[in-house]
Design a protein around this ligand. Structure first.
Ligand code: GLC
Ligand code: GLC
Length: 826
């Protein structure tokens, strides 16, 4: 069942009912000021950091769901409604929500009054513009009341929802004409305030929540709205809000446009106040308000935003026989990559914006999906991330975007982290050809006095693996590898202990984590990423170092085949007792997905047919109609030696859920191994556009990936197998965005930026006749036509560039211009 449709011509998803199976959201902003907005206008805003600079409140885990937002209330002679249906939930005569690239348009209609609200964050602007167009579509004049509503958060989202003995007394506002200012703590230690304005005279306002809503009422029936009049309340502690009130009369057919702005301002400390020493200096706010105080200016701002997306999405474009592929590659997957790049895993409808900042591994992987769009910002991000590394190559697992410093309370020792840096730096160079990133001086632990070149950071990353091997010569698993829930040093039997940061005292003498537990996944990630480091060294003429690094990779491959090949697939790990995890010999969890793809892509055991055997085992044991489960059989009891993974009921999350992120590695691997049909099958099982038809089962947005889909074992422990099979969770902020962008564009469609140029190597469904790609790369534009007359999955017969045949399949780098490329498969 569908709840809307794709409008590819406008790059929008059009939601046709407010009652989607879960709130379906969008992100506004892509630089500093952000907003999350659901299809009923729920959500919140923040500046740079969803925890430390939260601007409006939102109630996670609320009943009903999705409470807190930017709400417009209309009281039309006693009929009270919202253009986005919620929170009043009066049945509307018409409803539509268009989520587009950085903007959302919600339209509601009731009793001949139409209200269309456009929400967006203009480029280079620290505020959300909300343009409300009210139209009387009836044949008689209409008089009604409009109320806006936003609830201020007292800046630190964590403190805001816990520290009530203080916070109920600190709230402060100012009202100046039609502008409501939020200035809690501005008098003392903060140099920033927020405001909510409207470009017209108002008939009243409210700034105190309880006066507006009523202590025993809710967002669905605010007292002031029901009464049809604001109370002109003034917040003094308790919960400050901003609500404008206006009585409006429209003649038949008449329209009125109002522009609301929710903005954020920072002031130099010596200019915070006017001469009286206490009134806010509003100069910057006024300038911001003026910037969008007419519909023409708003239209220009929106056009500018759209133009920037045209540019971002104009770098890679494909036309394949499948319009679902085209809309994923050309629009939504690239869009989601931008969002994950901006927000990492911090703020979605599943991530509260409080728990995590930017992840070292997550943000490095996000670069892979995004680097072609804005390489400059990718470079800046890579340097920020690398700056939280330690001199031995280890690193903080997370950092806060506002301070850019590593989170000491989480610490480091996640075994995979350093390797992702090698991958992101390589991806940056492959895209841009800018080798100078290797010469950048990058601090360790944000201490510039011990800075080293980026190349040195790559070296310590590489050798952090080599220097931390276990008894089988495989990398130590440490606190966790990519899978945060395989915690082989945890052994926790006490509720509340963090599986990732707590390590059992029994490992104290060994330095905090087991020196026996080994990760096969990190071993294969090493053999997959390592060759990039070798290629970089060779390019720099450091042949001895390259040979030494290559020897480590070769040794690792040997160790994997000697100790981690289970006969038909690769083991997952050795636990702290030295027992195999992910083997036929195990009672449960016999096969895991994570090591397999990287092993195949680095040709481990290829001469023995390990790649094909592994792909067959994956197809047999892990594949389902909704994607590949992470492990099989699911764990049905708690294995203290494995950690968090076995705390999840089977079929969810890392315990045999369909964890889409690692599905992408198998898609890549199948494509790499020449199995284009198999690769595409797995791709189409999870790519959101393909799940649109089953939105009632899938529940989350059909235009973006989620982290997890309920696996085939979901509910099996309670006798309800299959009930939540196929149900998506944790949408938006997932490494799947970047990795599936890589999977479809580089491995299936085969456009692979490489160190020396753009490589073309498709691995497609054999049924396809061919497809075309337009790719801007290092200043030139390539128009590539791929023909598949023999209906193969993989293989290239000939490549011609601008009419002349070339050797091999790496397109030459040009100094600008448009170049026609014809590739014949066979
Ligand atoms: C989450 C985390 C990511 C981790 C994955 C598997 O998506 O953000 O860092 O690799 O789960 O546990
Ligand atoms: C985090 C959480 C863990 C979660 C994992 C990823 O590390 O602590 O509970 O399952 O991320 O899925």
């Amino acid at each position: 069942m569908k709840f809307g449709h794709f409008d590819d011509s406008t790059r929008e998803y059009v939601i046709e009912t407010p009652k989607t199976p879960y709130p379906w959201i969008n992100y506004l902003g892509s630089e500093a000021f952000f907003g999350l907005i659901s299809n009923t206008a729920g959500g919140y805003n923040f500046y740079k950091d969803a925890r430390l600079r939260r601007i409006t409140r939102y109630r996670y885990n609320n009943v009903p769901i999705d409470m807190g937002g930017r709400y417009f209330y209309i009281n039309d002679n006693g009929t009270v409604w919202n253009p986005g249906w919620s929170p009043v939930k009066t049945e509307l005569d018409a409803y539509e929500c268009r989520h587009g690239m950085g903007y959302t348009i919600i339209t509601g209609k009731k009793n001949d009054l139409k209200a269309q609200v456009t929400f967006f964050v203009p480029n280079g602007y620290d505020g959300e513009v909300q343009q409300v167009v009210l139209t009387n579509e009836g044949s008689a004049p209409k008089t009604f009341k409009l109320f806006s509503f936003a609830e201020w958060c007292l800046w630190d989202a964590q403190d805001d929802c816990t520290n009530f003995q203080r916070n109920f007394s600190t709230g402060r506002v100012e009202v100046d004409g039609s502008v409501i200012y939020h200035k809690t703590e501005y008098r003392d230690r903060r140099n920033h305030y927020a405001f909510y304005s409207v470009n017209d005279a108002i008939d009243g306002y409210d700034t105190d929540r309880d006066s507006f809503i009523g202590l025993y009422n809710g967002f669905n029936n605010p007292e002031a709205v029901l009464a049809g009049k604001a109370t002109d309340s003034f917040a003094d502690g308790w919960s400050p809000i901003a609500s404008h009130y206006k009585e409006i009369t429209l003649a038949a057919g008449e329209s009125k446009t109002l522009i609301f702005i929710l903005g954020y301002v920072e002031m130099p400390v010596d200019q915070k106040f006017e001469a009286d020493g206490k009134t806010i200096n509003k100069v910057k706010a006024k300038a911001m308000i003026e910037k969008f105080d007419t519909p023409e200016k708003v239209a220009a701002g929106l056009a500018d935003l759209k133009a920037s997306w045209d540019k971002l999405l104009g770098i890679l474009n494909v036309a394949t026989p499948d319009d679902k592929v085209d809309r994923m590659v050309n629009i939504w997957n690239q869009y989601q990559c931008m969002v994950t790049f901006n927000l990492s895993r911090s703020a979605s409808y599943f991530e509260s914006g409080i728990g995590r900042g930017m992840g070292f591994r997550d943000s490095n992987q996000d670069i892979l999906g995004f680097v072609h769009q804005i390489p400059d910002r990718a470079k800046e991000r890579i340097i920020d991330i690398a700056s939280t590394q330690f001199p031995d190559g280890g690193c903080y697992h997370q950092y806060q975007p506002l301070t850019k410093k590593g989170n000491a309370d989480i610490g480091g020792d996640f075994s995979d982290d350093p390797l992702w840096l090698i991958l992101s730096v390589s991806a940056y160079i492959k895209e841009t050809g800018d080798w100078s990133i290797l010469d950048e001086m990058v601090p360790y632990d944000n201490d510039m006095s011990v800075a080293q070149t980026m190349l040195e950071h790559l070296k310590v990353s590489f050798y952090h693996i080599v220097n931390n091997l276990g008894p089988h010569g495989l990398p130590l698993a440490m606190r966790a590898d990519w899978n945060d829930c395989i915690n082989l040093s945890c052994y926790s039997d006490t509720p509340g202990e963090s599986f990732q940061t707590y390590t059992n005292p029994k490992f104290k003498a060994e330095g905090g984590y087991s020196k026996v537990a080994e990760s096969v996944m990190v071993a294969t990630l090493f053999t997959y990423t390592g060759p990039n480091y070798v290629a970089i060294l060779k390019h720099l003429g450091k042949d001895d170092e390259a040979a030494a690094a290559q020897a480590e990779i070769d040794k690792m491959k040997k160790n994997i085949m000697e100790s981690a090949w289970d006969g038909d697939w690769f083991l997952r790990a050795y636990d702290a007792n030295g027992e195999k995890m992910g083997s036929k010999e195990c009672e449960e969890g016999q096969i895991f997905i994570e090591p397999q793809g990287f092993a195949i892509m680095s040709d481990v055991g290829k001469e023995q047919g390990a790649d094909k055997k592994t792909l067959a085992a994956i197809d047999e044991r892990l594949n389902t109609e909704f994607g590949l489960v992470l492990n099989n059989p699911a764990f049905t009891k708690y294995y203290i030696q494995y950690g968090e993974i076995s705390t999840y009921p089977g079929g969810y999350k890392e315990n045999a859920g369909i964890f889409t992120h690692n599905n992408a590695w198998i898609i890549c691997a199948a494509a790499y191994a020449g199995e284009g049909d198999q690769a595409f099958k797995y791709y189409s099982e999870i790519a959101p556009a393909f799940t649109e038809e089953t939105s009632d089962i899938h529940k989350t947005e059909p235009y973006v990936y989620g982290q997890m889909i309920g696996g085939k074992d979901a509910g099996s422990d309670i006798g309800r197998t299959g009930k939540n099979f196929g149900q998506g969770k944790n949408s938006w902020l997932t490494g799947t965005a970047a990795w599936n962008m890589v999977a479809i564009s580089q491995y299936i469609l085969g456009v692979q930026p490489d160190f020396d140029g753009l490589k073309i190597d498709p691995s497609i469904p054999s049924a396809w006749d061919g497809f075309t790609i337009t790719r801007k790369y290092r200043g030139a534009e390539y128009k590539v036509t791929i023909k598949n007359p023999d209906h193969v999955c993989k293989g290239i017969k000939s490549v011609t560039v601008d009419g002349s045949a070339i050797e091999g399949n790496i397109l030459p780098v040009f100094d600008g211009g448009v170049h026609n490329v014809e590739v014949v498969m066979g």
